[in-house]
Design a protein around this ligand. Structure first.
Ligand code: NAD
Length: 373
C-alpha cells in the first residue's frame, strides 16, 4: 500500500506531512512512501533525505495523490480532491467545521477522511494530538513576534544609566498556546498575568508563576475539557475586568477559542484605544473571527498608537519544527489504522478512529456532521 506526501499548495503554508524519520517508519510498517519532489523544501528538508530514508520521489503531485493513503497538513485543494480516487484514505487537519461542503465532497467521492483536529484529548491520543503540537509552537511564536514588535524591553535592566522596568504581559486564553506564550514571556523576564474561563487553566497559569486575572464562570469547562461560550452577563463581567487590566499592560497575546465556533470577541476597539501608546496586541485568533476587534490575519493595524497584529498560520513560520512534530503525530495515527502486514485495518470501535473519522463508504459518519449530507 502506498502512502503519499505532496507539497502543500495553500497560501503561506510551508509545513510538510512527513519527514525522513517518519518515511523510514512507514517503510518499516510495510508501506511504500511516495513523496512529491520539493515537498519538504518549505520545512528545510531536501529531497535527498527522503530518498535516503526510502521514499520514492515523484515529479508533480499526481502519483502521490494516487496513493492509497494521502497525508496532508491542510485540507486538499479542489484540484487535489478531484484527483483522489474512491476508497482512498485522507488524513490531515481538514478543518471540517469551517468546510462543510468539503466534508460532503469526501462522502460523495467515497473517501475515508480523518480530521485529526477532532481527536479526543485523552492520554492515549497525546502522541497524535496535532492541535497541541502546533498550538504549542504557535504560542511560542506569537510571543516572540509580539516581543519583536514591542519597542521597549522585556526584562528589568539595572544599568549605570538608570533602571528600565520590566514589560507587563497579559495572555488571554491559557490553553496549550496560551501556556506556552506565558512560559516564553516569563523566560524573557516580563511580569506576566493571564486569564481564562476554565478552573484548570487558572491553576496552570499559577503553576507557571504568572498571576491569574479575571473570573471563572460556573461550569465554563465542557466534558471534553474545552471552554463553552459565555452568557451575555458573563461576557459583561469579563469585559469589565479585562478593560481595566488592559490599561496597564504593554504586550497582550490573545488565544481564546471555542471549538466549532467563531472565536469569542474579548477585546473591543474601545479597550484597545484606552491602552498605553506603544503597546502591542497579538491576536492569535485573527483567522477564526478574532478575539480583538479590528484585527486582520497577516496584517498590523494601528489603533491609537497601539499595534494590533493579526496572526496568520503561525506554525508555518516555524515549519521545520512544526513539521517534525506534525509528521510524528500523523505517523502515530497511521500506526493505529494499518495492520501488521501493511494493510488497512480501521477499527471502527476505537474511540480515536470514531472521534476523527468524517466520512466512509459514501457516508458522513462523524456524529458532529451527520445530517449535513
Ligand atoms: P482552545 O484552543 O480550544 O482554546 C484556547 C483557550 O481559550 C482555552 O484554554 C479556553 O478555555 C480559552 N477560552 C475560551 N473562551 C474563552 C473566553 N471567553 N475567555 C477566556 N478564555 C477563553 O484550547 P486548547 O489549547 O486546545 O486546550 C483545550 C483543552 O484541552 C484544555 O483543557 C487542555 O488542557 C486540554 N488538553 C488536553 C490534552 C490531553 O492530552 N489530555 C492535550 C492537550 C490539551
Amino acid at each position: 500500500m502506498r502512502i503519499g506526501i505532496v507539497k502543500e499548495r495553500r497560501e503561506h503554508e510551508r509545513r510538510v506531512a512527513a519527514t525522513p524519520e517518519t518515511v523510514k517508519r512507514y517503510k518499516a510498517m510495510g508501506l511504500e512512501p511516495v513523496v512529491e519532489r520539493g515537498a519538504g523544501l518549505g520545512a528545510a528538508i531536501p529531497d535527498e533525505l527522503y530518498e535516503q530514508a526510502g521514499a520514492r520521489l515523484v515529479d508533480g503531485p499526481g502519483e502521490a495523490l494516487a496513493a492509497e493513503i494521502l497525508l496532508k497538513v491542510q485540507r486538499p485543494l479542489d484540484e487535489e480532491l478531484a484527483a483522489l480516487g474512491p476508497e482512498r484514505v485522507l488524513i490531515g487537519m481538514l478543518d471540517p467545521y469551517m468546510n462543510g461542503d468539503q466534508v460532503r465532497a469526501y462522502a460523495e467521492r467515497r473517501i475515508t477522511a480523518f480530521a485529526l483536529e477532532l481527536l479526543p484529548r485523552t492520554t492515549r491520543a497525546q502522541a497524535m494530538d496535532v492541535l497541541s503540537s502546533q498550538a504549542n509552537l504557535a504560542g511560542y511564536r506569537a510571543m516572540v513576534e509580539a516581543m519583536a514588535a514591542y519597542s521597549r524591553v522585556l526584562p528589568m535592566m539595572m544599568t549605570a544609566a538608570g533602571t528600565v522596568t520590566p514589560a507587563k504581559v497579559f495572555v488571554i486564553g491559557a490553553g496549550v498556546a496560551g501556556l506556552q506564550a506565558i512560559a516564553t514571556a516569563k523566560r524573557m523576564g516580563a511580569v506576566v498575568t493571564a486569564t481564562d474561563v476554565r478552573p484548570a487553566a487558572k491553576e496552570e497559569i499559577e503553576s507557571l508563576g504568572a498571576k491569574f486575572v479575571g473570573f471563572i464562570p460556573k461550569d465554563a469547562a465542557t466534558a471534553g475539557g474545552y471552554a463553552r461560550p459565555l452568557t451575555p452577563e458573563e461576557q459583561a463581567e469579563q469585559a469589565r475586568i479585562v478593560a481595566e487590566h488592559l490599561k496597564s499592560q504593554d504586550i497582550v497575546v490573545t488565544t481564546a477559542q471555542v471549538p466549532g465556533r467563531k472565536a469569542p470577541r474579548i477585546v473591543t476597539a474601545a479597550m484597545v484605544a484606552a491602552m498605553k501608546p506603544g503597546s502591542v496586541i497579538l491576536d492569535m485568533a485573527a483567522e477564526t473571527g478574532g478575539n480583538v476587534e479590528g484585527s486582520r490575519p497577516g496584517e498590523v493595524v494601528e489603533i491609537g498608537g497601539v499595534q494590533v497584529i493579526g496572526a496568520r498560520n503561525l506554525p508555518a513560520k516555524l515549519a521545520p519544527a512544526a513539521s517534525l512534530l506534525y509528521a510524528k503525530n500523523l505517523m502515530n495515527f497511521v500506526q493505529l489504522i494499518v495492520g501488521k502486514k501493511g494493510e488497512l485495518a480501521i477499527n471502527l470501535e476505537d474511540d480515536l478512529v470514531k472521534g476523527t473519522l468524517l466520512t466512509r463508504a459514501g457516508e458522513i459518519v462523524h456524529p458532529n456532521f451527520v445530517g449535513q449530507s
